[in-house]
Write a protein that binds this ligand. Sequence first.
Ligand SMILES: [Zn+2]
Length: 235
Amino acid sequence: MDQIVMLWEFQQADIEADALETEIKRSPNRLALKKNRDFLLEQQNTVKEMEEQVAEMLDRVDIIKDAIALQEEQLKTLQARLSETPPETLEDARAFTQDAHKLVGNIQDYEQEMKRIQQDANDHERQQKEIVVKFAKVKAEYEKQKVEYEDEYKEQMKALEEKRRIAQEKGKDIDAALMERYQTIKKHCIPPVARLVNGQCGGCFMGLPQVTLRNLKTGAKIIECESCGRMIIPL
Ligand SMILES: [Zn+2]
């Protein structure tokens, strides 16, 4: 069979196989499955982030506890000093009071922060619980979808393999160089081969220069469209 005819028939089979592959990728069941899978992954990441945040909170709580203990110790020392050697001047008494107030103020600040952290931790816990419930629901749905889609997918892949096999069969006797050219053009132009239609490229419908058309008449079997780069065949 003529190389050009083989190429044309191969292209039709090749494009058909590609179309089926695209259709498989866009299958509603596949997209629904992907949507749920993405959701599950996102929730897993959220939970992981929250766990990290809670770990940071716990670290902070430890630091605050130590800080409070230190302030309380200092306050005790101050009180002990106060009872051992009561201030003799009003100024000394004021200084003592100021120091004590500062320590008490610090302790109160730390306790406030602890409360806020506790509140945050509670919020996190609540959110995590909500996620766990939703996650389980979506996961169950996802597993069900997966089983259902598996059969559909197997069928689709079988059909695709058959189409690929047909294309391969049609392309098996095409010159390697011609096939390579086809694959190269296909990377930026689909379909890569076009017919000559009224002196125009059947792919982009640009008119071809007379000299190119003459080449075709005088024996060149394949010419290239200067506009889109397709191979043009006189079929
Ligand atoms: Zn063209």
